[in-house]
Design a protein around this ligand. Sequence first.
Ligand code: AMP
Length: 215
Amino acid sequence: MNVVLLGPPGAGKGTQAVRLSKTAGLLHLSSGDILRAERRAETELGRKAQEYMDSGALVPDDLILSMMVQHIGREEAKNGFLLDGFPRTVAQAQGLDVRLAKENRKLDAVVCIEIDDATVSKRLTGRWSCPNCARVFHEEFSPPKAAGVCDACGQPLSRRNDDEPAVVAERLRHYHELTKPLVAYYRDEGILRPVSGRGSVDEVFEAIRKACPGL
Ligand code: AMP
């Protein structure tokens, strides 16, 4: 089964993708995580992506498409994949369709997690993570025991550059302008599965599985 998780930044795509990929045995491919790994490894692609990511802009379509096509071509993706954060523009979606069709593959479902801007903005700007062990906290919903310090390893917590309030506003603007048109694109293809993102992690997980049998 080949699935896309669509929704604004902060909708919980990453959290749900980790769980769903385990239960359904799909390869989880997060374009944001792949780009962050490229940056850590200081590759040419990572260097090119850096400025766009830090300002909340989208990385150019050609760079993203060739990066994701390479990952979708991996042996582990042959039994099915779960895309998280990609595609994010109509051009990326068209490029993905063309590429899959060439290999006699296709998308089976696009789960769209629906949630309002105020809620995602609160989630993202309050998110802090440990640079050492990657544990994630939220200053209101899941605060660390001591403010600003990781419970697990005692390191000072940091905020992702792109979770700064001004950058979050920019990411949401790009979502509405460039990514939201994908809802109509996939509705026209007959594979859109809308789900409310407002409940707990467990509730949203169950709603996705109900909307998308096989996940
Ligand atoms: P994310 O972790 O999915 O929020 O992605 C972090 C950042 O990586 C985004 O704000 C973009 O700058 C970049 N990015 C991730 N996926 C894409 C994509 N499909 N197209 C363009 N830029 C992307």
